[in-house]
Design a binder for this molecule. Structure first.
Ligand code: RI2
Length: 309
């Protein structure tokens, strides 16, 4: 199999490429490059190769549905000849990559309307979609500031703080456990999504659910910025979303842990936020209540039960 697939898979697994949207686009791009360079003579060989590519990419990280959705959208073909199937896949991948960027622009536009002049916005981790709305509101001349959580253990909050800093947006970086104490000063919470289930449950970076709970308790709006390909079709069939458990050494170093014989580390990367804590989900198809997740999966993604694995 071409290097591009293993290289991309390795970068997604190690989180060198991270963020639900970015891993989807990277996988799609890898499929495109791989197919462009693929030399096979029979359709059977071609199908085998594509199946292997799909499984290598999908098995890198288990939680963000953006990854299998992007792989499926990009690598689907109907043609019966290798040349035609290659063309189809290259076109599908190209279209997906373009539509992913367009979706971010639309989410930025729609999300920015929820941000009033003078607002303090709290965000968690590092979400391209959430940040697009914040940047757009800033571009519109609104005077806003952001509170960014550190997002232990990988500290993606530092990426957010730097990104906002470089954009000229005033930002306060806090440790995750300071959320309750700062919420009184916050007007709006915006986070991204790794997956959204058919019942509107959000799966996002660990710590998101306690943020939602605190926002709810403080009567602060909690909104999610998510492209439609972050909705999970398989949840219609009752499939549960797997929460990625990452290495304990992201939490403490190996040497120190080896001295603690009675201590184990749990390091789940994501958690579940029930729909009742979510005021709105901003998608490129419009702002919707979480209860409309089924409609997005059915009508917008356009997949039927027969398409599901
Ligand atoms: P965008 C990230 O996961 C975070 O959980 C973030 O909220 C989500 O993906 C969506 O990010 P990780 O890859 O697609 O850091 O909006 O584990 O950029």
């Amino acid at each position: 199999m071409n290097d591009i697939i293993h290289e991309t898979a390795q970068k997604i697994e190690s989180m060198e490429i991270r963020g639900a949207g970015r891993i989807a686009v990277a996988a799609s791009n890898a499929i495109k490059i791989y197919v462009e360079n693929l030399n096979v003579s029979s359709m059977e060989e071609f199908k085998n190769e594509i199946n292997q590519v799909r499984s290598v990419l999908i098995n890198t990280r288990p939680t963000a549905v953006s990854l299998p959705n992007a792989v499926k959208i990009s690598s689907t073909f109907k043609s019966n000849t290798v040349d035609e199937a290659k063309k189809e896949i290259i076109e599908n991948a190209d279209n997906f990559i373009k539509s992913a960027q367009k979706a971010i622009d639309s989410i930025g536009e729609i999300g920015s309307r929820r941000i009033s002049n003078g607002s303090v916005i709290l965000t968690h981790c590092n979400s391209h979609a959430a940040i697009a709305s914040i940047k757009k509101a800033f571009d519109q001349g609104k005077s806003i500031s952001v509170v960014a959580t550190e997002s232990r253990p990988r500290k993606q909050g530092l990426i957010t703080a730097k990104e906002l800093n470089d954009y000229g947006i005033k930002t306060t970086l806090i440790v995750d456990s300071a959320v309750m104490s700062i919420m009184k000063k916050v007007d709006l919470v915006i986070v991204g999504a790794d997956s959204i289930a058919v019942n509107g449950t959000l799966v996002n970076k660990i710590g998101t659910s306690q943020l939602a709970l605190i926002a709810n308790e403080s009567r602060v709006n909690f909104i999610v910025a998510a492209e439609t390909y972050k909705f999970s079709p398989n949840t219609i069939l009752g499939q549960k979303i797997d929460i990625e458990e990452r290495s304990p050494y992201e939490v403490v170093d190996a040497e120190y842990l080896s001295t603690l014989e009675n201590v184990t580390i749990k390091n789940p990367a994501f958690d579940f936020t029930p729909a009742e804590y979510i005021d709105l989900i901003i998608t490129e198809a419009g702002a919707i209540p979480p209860q409309m997740a089924y409609v997005i999966i059915r009508d917008y993604l356009g997949w039927t039960l027969e398409d599901l694995d």
